[in-house]
Design a protein around this ligand. Sequence first.
Ligand SMILES: Cc1cc2nc3c(=O)[nH]c(=O)nc-3n(C[C@H](O)[C@H](O)[C@H](O)COP(=O)(O)O)c2cc1C
Length: 239
Amino acid sequence: MVSSFESIVQSRRSVRKYDENSDFNHDDVAHALELTTLSPNSSNMQMWEFHRVISPEKRSKLAEYCMGQNAAKTANELVVFVATTHNWKERAKRNAETVRQAFEGRDDAAAKRALKYYEKLIPLVYNNDKFGLRGLFRKAYSEWLGRNKPMVREVSKSDVRVCLHKSVSLAAMTFMYAMRDKGYDTCPMEGFDSKRVKALLGLRDSDQITMIVSCGVRTEEGVYGERHRVQQETVIKSH
Ligand SMILES: Cc1cc2nc3c(=O)[nH]c(=O)nc-3n(C[C@H](O)[C@H](O)[C@H](O)COP(=O)(O)O)c2cc1C
């Protein structure tokens, strides 16, 4: 028996031309995004925003900023997946509060460790200056500490940036599968003018766009040929 999850994965394709006359319910996108917020994310900091572009005027501007790609031009809606950094203090505080409530006044080692994580470690890594100098010091320190014991090495400002994009990418994947489950198609895009898109949506300077996902119902010619993947043995390794 083929599981429904398998059929969702097998039938998802990046679609470059949607049927603009098909039924498209924007409420389905709203629900898919609700599911998206349940995606796993680094330290449950939820440093993301999902910007829906629905109005025809904004969609057409956004398609232009997606370099006029077909996948953007014919979409019924586009969702811009954004990694945020401005809110790390508030999120760390919120998580510390949740931990405090969960441990209900306990001050044993496990409770202290969990609180230390959000009150000391997270601020240590997320607190970055414009030029990333703090991050370079952290990196050097972690290399030094890691000489004789296991140590997390990805602590520079650009490492944090990668970390945020990982979580937002997982959210985008949840969204694309949720949309497929509802009978829609999507295309993830990284070919866009981020500066213009940020201005169009009024995003902050510090925001980073992970990808833009267009949505609609596929046309036959919107799927560019057979799916090609390299041989599984070249990418799946057992140790
Ligand atoms: C991060 C990312 C960026 C992508 N950017 C684009 C893009 O800008 N334009 C486009 O047409 N497809 C884009 N794609 C879609 C890929 O080309 C597509 O996933 C790949 O060819 C495999 O095809 P499939 O998704 O149909 O299995 C992107 C995919 C990913 C994951």
